[in-house]
Design a protein around this ligand. Sequence first.
Ligand SMILES: [Mg+2]
Length: 187
Amino acid sequence: MRRYELLQSIAPLLSDEFVICNLGFPSQELYAIRDHDHHFYMLGSMGLSSSIGLGLSMEIDSTVISIDGDGSVLMNLGTLSTIALEDQKNFILFIVDNGSYGSTGDQPTHTAKGTSLAAIAKAAGIKSSVEVPGEEAAAKLSECLKTPGPHVIVAKVEPGSPAMTPIPLTSLAIRDRFREAVKRAQA
Ligand SMILES: [Mg+2]
């Protein structure tokens, strides 16, 4: 299973949640699988999906899911301590761990050499931190959606992705429709 199939497996679980999606192929794949105005597709700011999602979860009542990657979390490990400290019940960090920098040519990351992001998250103080095979990630996410967070799910998958095309939305369009969706949910 690659990230694309993993995202396909979790897409049916998404409804009213707000999703912050990591830049590059993850956003392009999620857009192709299920576009929604509750999705914020990052076009830059690598490493900050979890930080953006956590900040949003502190301001709204809806559940917020940050879909992040192993390479991105590795460059912002302090985020895990901040997630633990803020203890947002409505926040889920869903890490697609394919052991590679998938959007830049599949160079291996430290998780391909033994680093465990779930173990780091647990040590940072996030009690609900698990690593699961990609095939079991949808069931785990479904469970986490029904219980108070914060949750960290590390889904292990193979590197690689199908041919993707850029998202045909401008950065301003992505921002504006997401902001309107947040406002509607909070009204
Ligand atoms: Mg990766």
